[in-house]
Design a protein around this ligand. Structure first.
Ligand code: ZN
Length: 364
């Protein structure tokens, strides 16, 4: 098994194209073709974690936060990032990060947070737009089922919890091949009319290569006619944060105590209580103040996230309770998510969870 095999599994779950523009997710050190000796999972690929990888014979560290974020101009070891770079390169340790791409998938970091609070009826708080494409292709009636099946098998046709979604209708296509063509139906140099099915199917943009390839492989025509169109629709499966319902509504202080316990945090910073029950809860891992507006718009009674600044707490405006559990605490379960993704896909292989607590923040 190579590092490429592992990356492929992670990026099928959390495609790299879903990361935010400022991010630097992906393979940061190492080569995709390296044979994997062992995998260590962590939130942060710190020097101590790399030492642990060495000690445990792991040559791949998978982290949530990209240790190289803003670029490196010199590598002299004057700060912890440069020292990690030196240690990784010297010891042939690959470091891979799945960051905002892991945050932005529906089953990603926010889903782990929602799971800690047993939230149900969850939906993405701020779905992203323009991530979907539609394919139209024109297939002879007799071959339509084969092409449709190939498109579904390649991953097209998913809408929410429904799969194999497509629309098709019959019509007539015409074409005239040049003298040197070899048409599937009709004769070169003569206009031919053929009963065709127009197949319409939706797919996420990152799948375009595999969907088009599957269509071309199974479509009988020498020259396949097809259109790919960008959709403006928001994609309910991809975006920041989640909102859902607690199994039962709770008193505010009971809810905050539950949050403290479930996120194993030494401190929950929260805004003034409203004297109302908490039922609908929004969550977002890491610095989540950018989603406060959407949490309010969703009618959440509470918003569990991290890294709120003093003035941002005022923005709660008594419309909800902000519960800031700490950055590390909100995202710590990303390690369990990595573990789950890898063990689901590689049955005979067990990645290790780092035993080092990389949280740089302490509470007195
Ligand atoms: Zn983070």
């Amino acid at each position: 098994m190579t590092i490429r095999d592992i990356i492929q599994v992670i990026e099928t779950f959390a495609p790299l194209s879903y990361q935010e523009h400022y991010d630097n997710a992906g393979l940061l050190f190492g080569r995709p073709e390296w044979e994997v000796k062992g995998v260590l999972l962590t939130l942060d690929a710190t020097e101590a974690v790399l030492d642990e990888a060495l000690e445990k014979g792991c040559n791949l560290v998978i982290a949530h936060h990209p240790i190289v974020f803003g670029g490196l101009k010199k590598i002299t070891g004057r700060n912890y990032v440069e020292r990690v770079a030196i240690k990784a390169i010297k010891n042939d340790i690959a470091v891979y990060a799945a960051h905002t791409n892991l945050d932005n998938v529906r089953a990603g970091v926010s889903a782990m947070m929602a799971g800690r609070l047993d939230l149900t009826h969850t939906r993405v708080l701020d779905p992203k737009r323009e991530l979907l494409r539609k394919l139209f292709t024109f297939v002879p009636v007799a071959d339509a089922e084969i092409v449709r099946g190939a498109l579904f098998a390649a991953g097209a046709g998913h809408i929410g919890k429904y799969s194999e979604c497509c629309f098709y209708h019959e019509g007539t296509g015409t074409f005239k091949g040049a003298p040197d063509t070899d048409p599937y139906v009709g004769k070169p140099g003569e206009r031919h009319s053929e009963g065709e099915v127009k197949v319409e199917v939706i797919f996420p943009a990152w799948m375009e290569g595999q969907v088009v390839q599957a269509m071309l492989k199974h479509h009988p025509y020498e020259e396949v006619a097809y259109d790919i169109v960008k959709l403006e629709n928001s994609y309910a499966e991809v975006g920041s944060g989640l909102v859902g319902l607690l199994p039962e509504e709770m008193d505010e202080m009971d809810f905050l105590r539950l949050v403290k316990e479930r996120f194993q945090t030494g401190c929950v910073r929260y805004t003034p209580l409203r004297g109302k029950k908490v039922h609908k809860v929004a969550v977002c891992g890491g610095a989540g103040s950018f989603l406060l507006k959407q949490a309010k718009a969703a009618g959440a009674d509470a918003y569990v996230s991290a890294d709120f600044k003093y003035h941002e707490f005022f923005d709660a405006e008594n419309q909800l309770i902000i519960a800031d559990v700490g950055h590390f605490e909100s995202e710590q379960f990303a390690v369990d998510l990595f573990y789950h993704i890898l063990t689901e896909n590689f049955r005979n292989f067990a990645p290790l969870k780092s035993t080092i607590n990389t949280n740089p923040v302490n509470y007195l």
